[in-house]
Structure formats: C-alpha cells, structure tokens
Design a protein around this ligand. Sequence first.
Ligand code: NAD
Ligand code: TDX
Length: 332
Amino acid sequence: MAHILVTGGAGFIGSNFVHHLVGRTEHRVTVLDALTYAGNLASLAGLPAERVTFVKGDISDAALVDRLVSETDAVVHFAAESHNDNSLHDPRPFLQTNIVGTFTLLEAVRRHDRRFHHISTDEVYGDLELDDPRRFTESTPYNPSSPYSATKAGSDMLVRAWVRSFGIQATISNCSNNYGPYQHVEKFIPRQITNVLRGQRPKLYGRGENVRDWIHTEDHSSAVLTILENGVIGETYLIGADGERSNMDVVGLILRLLGEPADAYDHVVDRAGHDLRYAIDSSKLRTELGWAPAFGDFESGLAATIEWYRENESWWAPAKDAAERFYASKGQ
Ligand code: NAD
Ligand code: TDX
C-alpha cells in the first residue's frame, strides 16, 4: 500500500485514473489540481474520503509541491493545459503549466527521491501520412506541430534530462487520443455527442479526413498502473489500442448511434497546422510489461460514452455554452 500524488486528478484522464486506482488497488491518493476551466471536482464525486484527499493548488507552486511530494511515495503527473485549439489562441498557460509546472515537480521529486511517472502524448512525434505503413514507436524522432505538443515534448525532455543528470526514478508514457466519461466538451468526441443531444450538428474541421488512434481512458489507466508498478526506470512506453479512425468515420458513428441521418454534420474552418494522422505501435508495453487493452471494440465503447453524456447533462452543460462561443468566434 502506497500513497500516490496524482496531479491533474480533477481533469478527464486524471479523474478516471483516480477511480481506477481506488477500485483496483489499496493505495491512498492525494489529488493536486488547480481546477482550471478543465478541472471539475464533480468528476471525483463518490470516492471514499479516507482514501482520496483533494488539494486545490498549482503545480508551479514550489512550496506546496515540495510538501505534497515529501508526504507521498510516488507522483503520477497528468496536470497540463491539454487542448490544441486553446494553445493556438493563447500559448502562454501551456508554457507555464506544461514546462514550468513539470520542472517544479521534477525538482521536488529530486529533493525527496520519489518515484515519478510522467503522462505525455503521441503528438510529440508530429504526424504521419494517411498511407504511411509505419506507426509511432519509442524511437520515432520528436517533431511536435502545435504550441501544446511542443510544450509536452519539452516536458518529456526535462524528465529525460532529470533521469540522466540527477538519477531520478522516472518513467514516461505517450498515449494516443483518449475517449470516455468525464472528457471536457471542448474535445472532439464529447463536443459532437453533446451537439447532437442539444439538436445541433457535429462540426468537422476541414475535410474530416484526419485520423486519430482512439483508446478508452480505462485502458490508458490500466497501462499507467502497469508502468508505475513494473516499468523500467528511465524508459518511455507508448500506449495505444489499435483504434485508428478518421474524424469523418467517428462523426458518422455518433450520428448512427444517436439515430440521426448520416449527413447531418457541417464542415467548418480547419485547425491551423492540423496534424493529419497519429498511429501508435504499443508492442514494447505489451511484450515487455504484458499489458493489453480491455476495450477492444470502439463502437461499443463509444455507445457507452454516448450513454454517459446522455445521463450526465448536469456534469457537462455548465461548460457547453462557453466552449461553443469560443468555437463560434473561430468559425468552428
Ligand atoms: P484535461 O484538460 O481534461 O485535465 C487537465 C487537468 O489539469 C485539469 O483538471 C486542470 O484543472 C489541471 N491543471 C491544469 N493546469 C494546472 C496547474 N497549473 N496546476 C494544477 N493543475 C492543473 O486533460 P486530459 O485530457 O485529462 O489530459 C491529462 C494528461 O494526459 C495531459 O498531460 C495530456 O497531455 C495527456 N494526454 C491526453 C490525451 C487525451 O486524449 N486527452 C492523450 C494523451 C496524453
Ligand atoms: O469540433 C471539432 N472538430 C474536429 O474535426 C474538434 C474539437 C476537433 N476536431 C478534430 C481535430 C482532430 O483531428 O478532431 C480530432 C481530435 O481533436 P481533439 O479532441 O481536439 O484532439 P487532438 O487535437 O487530437 O488532441 C488530443 O489527443 C492528444 C488531446 O486533446 C490531447 O490532449 C492529446 O495529447
């Protein structure tokens, strides 16, 4: 039994991970989260108070981070500014949280010699052509496109440097696009589901041909726990579940599952610098650590996610208008 500090634990993937940890282990959890627009305490509702403590605070607050790291055994670092479109509008918070925040955590981990797992993204590798037979592996060169992915790439490099220069006990994982409950309505899948639930049409950037490699957030959680328990210090692991789909296909599936006509969507202004395709080869994690995804069927995972949004309007409705105002101001 250990005490784990989870940064960003009130966000989408972090909150799902906290639920996973509480359900699958005996560990105690402290969540450190600044509750930015993307954080929501309701995502942690129902968790046992004797197992989970919530601390509202910023990962760039060195004194707070030092105390929390000293009081726990390991850190799993999810906190980030996570949305590409926001990073194109205002990159500054991305530099502050993703770079300075990660640096602040690394320094505390170094002082107190704690286990650290850094959560990152496949976007650090840039993008692939649609017909490229290759997928990203741990040795693909870094080539980030957006301010978001550049800051995530920078944070990965900081972790690697702190391992090599200071010998901290860290691992890194780079995961593909997640879907599932508690995802903010600014993101692609929840935006389209909640549009249809509100009688509005899904919005596809550009031609809709861009491909993302979808993984259920529960599979991301099980992979992170596997790496935390059995990962080799200093190593990077790619996490993916062979879920490549074009955005057009995903919108078509959402419309079908919600009983709407197949063509009931709009094409809108494309994202600047829009990455064409991501695809993950997760062989290292599967062969070396024995991990496998449990949510193999995207269509049933998506159907369950749609049901979650249908049943939890009170969770997403407060954020929906602001997200749509932002998109409308960009012609998206
Ligand atoms: P999210 O935006 O839903 O959640 C981020 C959380 O971090 C929020 O609760 C927010 O309040 C908190 N936060 C932001 N700045 C903070 C700060 N300075 N101090 C403390 N807390 C702060 O993001 P997400 O989609 O859950 O992503 C979590 C992590 O996973 C990120 O590191 C992201 O890069 C990575 N990731 C995401 C995906 C994906 O598909 N969403 C895929 C791969 C990797
Ligand atoms: O309304 C939309 N219409 C649309 O066509 C939105 C919001 C997005 N898109 C497209 C852009 C992308 O091709 O859908 C795809 C997915 O978009 P996002 O949900 O914004 O995700 P993406 O940019 O791929 O990044 C996500 O995966 C990697 C997460 O937001 C990142 O945090 C993670 O690192």
